[in-house]
Design a protein around this ligand. Sequence first.
Ligand SMILES: NC(=O)c1ccc[n+]([C@@H]2O[C@H](COP(=O)([O-])OP(=O)(O)OC[C@H]3O[C@@H](n4cnc5c(N)ncnc54)[C@H](OP(=O)(O)O)[C@@H]3O)[C@@H](O)[C@H]2O)c1
Length: 287
Amino acid sequence: MKDKILDGKALADKLNLSLKEDISKVVDRIGIKPKLVTIIIGDDPASKVYLNMKKRTGALVGIESDILELDENVSEEKIAEEINKLNSDSNVHGILLELPLPKSHASNALKYIEIISPKKDVDGLTPVNKGKLYDYDENLAPCTPTGIITLLEYYNIELKGKEVVIVNRSNLVGKPLIFMMLKRNATISVCHTSTINIENHMRRADILVVAVSHPNFVTKEKIKEGAIIIDVGINRVNGKLCGDINFNDVYEKSGKIAPSPGGIGPLTVHFLLHNTFTAYKNQIGDI
Ligand SMILES: NC(=O)c1ccc[n+]([C@@H]2O[C@H](COP(=O)([O-])OP(=O)(O)OC[C@H]3O[C@@H](n4cnc5c(N)ncnc54)[C@H](OP(=O)(O)O)[C@@H]3O)[C@@H](O)[C@H]2O)c1
């Protein structure tokens, strides 16, 4: 069964080791550790699980990670003040606003993100970094799409000329992935809740990327024979994590599969740390 798996976990472990070496070489020389601060608003237990995972992996590669917890009732002014403090703290190299925000702040997400200094924007979501990606500059690009591209390239899956169908148009996943796929000469269709006959689009895909948060969204009738399937979705069903793809059903017909969990998730964490190191190097100067 293993030969069809695009093993994001194994790749992330390998990349984390090499990141650890790169970081230690620089830190040994200049004596300053890269530091990431994650701002979490409210008390979402799922977000806290991810935060702990990021913190653990950060410690493993040599990145200090702090968590700034703000109460759900915090004012907009206080959030802006805290972000500005981190912007001007030279010991902080990366700032991440944990998404999604609680309902009472959700409509302000872009407004808060715009306050983050583009130099410290390790999620690649500020207008400056989004604009750079439009010009194919991936220096600080969003972590999940970077993980997807890296996994495909690691397994030598050609993107040039391929029909790529992305079912998701969010700022974190689908939108940035469009530019990364275009840069690599793929032909892209983006599907969402208003797409008519979505199955017809999915069945055309040489490479299908799905992030809709619906377990069993993709079954074998909806894919082309030999398609590469990237499952980005994360769902919890009866206390167990699963993705958006019915893995057992599509396995035989697919060419290769990045499952969830174990595919894109660990690479997303890796690229958050990778971006923190990139932001650190950009700020420290030419090292
Ligand atoms: N593995 C990772 O590291 C990682 C990273 C990020 C996200 N995720 C997971 O990926 C999923 C999506 O995250 P997100 O932040 O992008 O969420 P989001 O902002 O809610 O986006 C969901 C996207 O799916 C589309 N969609 C939902 N139901 C659909 C349907 N029935 N048919 C067609 N399109 C549909 C939505 O369309 P509309 O735009 O029309 O609403 C939207 O574009 C979640 O499960 C999340 O946990 C995983």
